[in-house]
Design a protein. Structure first.
Length: 332
């Protein structure tokens, strides 16, 4: 596969015209990488996506035909969106922010509402993870001005729910989660056909709901939503299952069960989190493990062996993930 991609890159680089098949080949690779996102280590995917972006850049240099520029700008927007997610998974938030901004710019150049909406959803996600949920809610609202139905609208409403939950607005959170389900009735012509990371599935919506309820301090509702997410992920083929969601749901369940003082069940879910391959221990999972630490610390479990076990599990996960994500100094 790598040799074939190198050949495609070279042929597009030396050509003084663009064959429509070259653009189609890049579009196919976007779909492949979107579907591989769920189970591919972020660092591996990062290098593949960067090569894809560079190939699209080179093709743009060879054409001024609007009919060829538009699909290339869409490819650049989609690739930048994936790069934003991968960069965040690697813990490089500044790079993720720049890639998300680029995704929006490319989408705006061709007036593609779905591409712009996806970029806004990513920007909103980065905002609430950075501790700026009110800014995230505003970004999601802007994205929803164009995307009202389909998978991008579902994502934007779900992200809004996460933002409102972190702001302590329970009513707005539940309203946003209901709106996400309503938006699922529509079709997004740009992203539904690509699948993978571009589609915000029912499992992912349930996963988001669990995290939102956890932020509101509703452990029971969070546990129900996280279990629903795990059940839905279990029904997906292994190669398409988003393992970040699976392991994340176990981490959220661990935190939810601490609210119910069931430390044994929480530890069982942390054991599932510790099964995550080191290469898939993303920044988001690290932050979830740390939340388990802070949740335990915030309860009155001083001297409890069960609490000490949970703390040790979280510390071990974070330590291994941090070491694995360290990029070589020569890496761009």
């Amino acid at each position: 596969m790598g040799a074939a991609e190198d050949a495609a890159d070279h042929s597009s680089n030396v050509a003084n015209y663009i064959d429509s098949e070259a653009i189609e080949a890049l579009a196919e690779r976007v779909g492949i990488y979107a579907r591989q996102y769920a189970a591919t280590p972020p660092l591996e995917l990062f290098y593949n996506l960067r090569k894809l972006r560079d190939s699209a850049d080179r093709l743009l240099e060879h054409t001024h035909a609007p009919g060829q520029q538009e699909p290339l700008y869409l490819i650049l927007s989609q690739t930048s969106a994936l790069l934003a997610g991968v960069s965040f998974d690697l813990g490089v938030s500044d790079a993720a922010t720049e890639h998300a901004r680029a995704a929006h710019t490319y989408g705006k150049l061709i007036n593609n509402v779905s591409a712009m909406g996806l970029a806004r959803a990513i920007q909103a996600t980065l905002a609430f993870w950075a501790g700026e949920p009110s800014r995230g809610a505003r970004l999601a609202e802007v994205g929803l001005e164009g995307s009202t139905v389909g998978t991008i609208a579902v994502r934007l409403h779900a992200v809004s729910a996460r933002c409102f939950a972190l702001m302590g607005e329970a009513t707005a959170t539940k309203r946003a989660l209901a709106a996400a389900e309503d938006a699922r009735t529509g079709i997004d012509e740009t992203y539904d056909s690509l699948g993978g990371e571009f589609v915000f599935s029912p499992a992912r919506t349930a996963f988001c709901a669990g995290a939102a309820y956890l932020a509101l301090g509703d452990g029971d509702a969070a546990a129900r939503a996280a279990r629903s997410a795990l059940d839905l992920y279990a029904s997906v083929s292994a190669d398409q299952r988003w393992y970040g969601g699976v392991y994340g749901a176990h981490a959220d369940l661990a935190a939810a069960r601490i609210y119910s003082d069931d430390l044994a069940d929480a530890a069982d879910h942390m054991e599932q989190l510790l099964l995550a391959p080191v290469g898939l221990r993303t920044s988001r999972l690290v932050q979830r493990a740390r939340r388990v630490q802070t949740t335990v610390a915030g309860r009155r479990y001083r001297g409890s062996p069960a609490a000490a076990r949970l703390t040790g599990q979280a510390e071990a996960f974070v330590a291994d993930a941090t070491a694995a994500r360290a990029l070589p100094s020569s890496s761009p």
